[in-house]
Design a protein around this ligand. Structure first.
Ligand SMILES: [Zn+2]
Length: 67
């Protein structure tokens, strides 16, 4: 599942226990060892791309809503 932090950035969270701690080397949850599915990773990357596109568009417009 995907959470959004207060600044609007997406964060990947475990489907099983909801925690956000992952072993990036093996793509497993630190808490319950659930494997992060490729679907979840793809969804997270899309959300991250959308967030960065939105942020760079805002910066190009001269404003930085994150500050
Ligand atoms: Zn977990």
């Amino acid at each position: 599942m995907i959470f959004y932090n207060p600044s609007g950035a997406p964060e990947l969270a475990c489907d099983e226990c909801g925690c956000r701690w992952f072993d990036r080397m093996t793509n497993t949850c630190y808490e319950c060892s659930a494997v992060v599915t490729p679907e979840a990773l793809a969804e997270y990357r899309r959300a991250l791309d959308a967030f960065q596109a939105q942020r760079s568009a805002a910066a190009a417009a001269g404003g930085d809503p994150a500050r």
